[in-house]
Ligand binder design. Structure first.
Ligand code: RIB
Length: 331
C-alpha cells in the first residue's frame, strides 16, 4: 500500500506540515536530526511524492512549455537543446510542442499548456499567425518570445537575434567579393526574422550604391522545397543574377542542389549564401557560407530569463544576440 505524508509523520512522531516542508526542501528551521529521520522513513517505505497533489498546493509544476514552428528544421532542435539543458539544470521539465507553422495548432497547444498548468511558455510564433495575437493577449501564463518578435501585451521577456546586422554583413560580404546582382530568396515576410533580413539586404545594397531590383526578391517559406521552387522561379524569371542570399540554410542547401542539377557551378557561376548555420551546412558540396545564429544560446537564455521571472521575481527583459558570418566555399 502506498505510504502517505501522514504515515511518515506518525512514524517520525512529527506533524504532517514538518514532513511536507522537509520533502519540499523548505526545512530551514527544522533540526538536522529530524530531517534525516523523516527522509530515512520516506526512503525505507519507497515514498513517491504525488506531484499533481503538490502542484495543486504550490501552484507550480516545474514545467515549461516550449512551442516551436518546425521540428524538422535543424535550427529548432539546436535551440530546444539549449532550453532543455538550462531547464534540467534548474530542476524544470520541458513540454515540447511543434506547431508546423500553423496558427490553429499553435493556439490549441497554448490552451493545452494552460490546462496542464505549465509555469511558463517559450514561443517562436508560427509564420501563419492570423488571430493568434488575440489568444496570446488572453494567455494568463508568463510568456517569453524567442527568435521571432510579436507585438503582444503580457510578454515577460524576449530572446531575439540582430537579423538586420546579420543580413547586412552577409550581403556586404557578397558585394566585396564583386557580386553585384544579388537575389534574395526569403522566408515568410509575416515573420520579423524575414523582414529584418530583408532590411539588412536592402541597406547593404544601398550603402554600396547598388540599385535594388525588386524582381530579384522572391518570398516563400523557411522550407527545403522553397529552396528548389524559389531558385526555379528565379531562373525562369530570366532576370540576370550572380549570387543568391537565402533566408535560411534549408533554402540555401536546396538552391545549391537546384543550380547544380542545371549544370550551374557554385560559386564560379553563381554564389549562394545561407542563414542559420545548421549542422548540414558544412556537410554539403560546396560547404555553405552562412550566417551563424547562436540557436543553443537562444534556447538556454530564454529558459534562464523565464526562470528568473518565475522564481526570482526578476523583471523581464529583451536580449538581442549577435550573429557571425561563417565563410566556407559557396561564395
Ligand atoms: O530556419 C528557420 C528560420 O525561422 C530561422 O532563420 C529562424 O530565425 C526562424 O525565424
Amino acid at each position: 500500500m502506498k505510504i502517505t505524508i501522514k504515515d511518515i509523520a506518525k512514524k517520525a512522531n512529527v506533524s504532517t506540515a514538518t514532513v511536507s516542508k522537509i520533502l519540499n526542501n523548505k526545512d530551514e528551521r527544522i533540526s538536522k536530526k529530524t530531517r534525516e529521520r523523516v527522509l530515512l522513513i520516506a526512503k525505507e517505505n519507497n515514498y513517491i511524492p504525488n506531484l499533481m497533489a503538490r502542484s495543486l498546493v504550490t501552484r507550480k509544476t516545474n514545467t515549461i512549455g516550449l512551442v516551436l514552428p518546425d521540428i524538422t528544421n535543424p535550427f529548432f532542435p539546436e535551440l530546444a537543446r539549449g532550453a532543455e539543458d538550462k531547464a534540467n539544470k534548474e530542476g524544470y521539465m520541458i513540454m515540447y510542442c511543434n506547431t508546423d507553422d500553423d496558427a490553429e495548432k499553435e493556439s490549441s497547444y497554448l490552451e493545452m499548456l494552460a490546462q496542464k498548468m505549465v509555469d511558463g511558455i517559450i514561443l517562436t510564433q508560427s509564420a501563419n499567425k492570423e488571430g493568434n495575437v488575440e489568444s496570446l493577449n488572453k494567455l494568463k501564463i508568463p510568456l517569453v518570445l524567442i527568435d521571432r518578435d510579436i507585438n503582444v501585451k503580457n510578454i515577460k521577456g524576449k530572446v531575439l537575434v540582430d537579423n538586420f546586422s546579420g543580413a547586412y554583413e552577409a550581403v556586404d560580404y557578397l558585394i566585396k567579393k564583386e557580386y553585384k546582382k544579388i537575389a534574395y530568396i526569403t522566408g515568410p515576410l509575416s515573420t520579423t526574422t524575414a523582414i529584418e533580413r530583408l532590411g539588412g539586404y536592402t541597406k547593404a545594397l544601398e550603402d554600396s550604391g547598388i540599385l535594388i531590383n525588386f524582381e530579384l526578391i522572391f518570398e516563400g517559406e523557411y522550407k527545403a522545397q522553397w529552396g528548389i521552387d524559389g531558385t526555379n522561379e528565379l531562373l525562369n524569371s530570366k532576370v540576370e543574377f550572380d549570387a543568391i542570399f537565402c533566408g535560411n540554410d534549408l533554402i540555401a542547401v536546396n538552391a545549391i542542389r537546384t543550380l547544380k542539377e542545371k549544370g550551374i557551378h557554385v560559386p564560379n557561376d553563381i554564389a549562394v549564401l545561407g542563414y542559420d548555420n545548421i549542422f548540414l551546412s558544412d556537410m554539403i558540396d560546396p560547404p555553405l557560407t552562412t550566417v551563424n545564429q547562436p540557436a543553443y544560446k537562444m534556447g538556454y537564455e530564454a529558459v534562464k530569463l523565464l526562470i528568473d521571472v518565475l522564481d526570482n521575481n526578476k523583471e523581464g527583459k529583451t536580449i538581442k544576440l549577435k550573429t557571425n558570418l561563417v565563410i566556407r566555399k559557396s561564395v
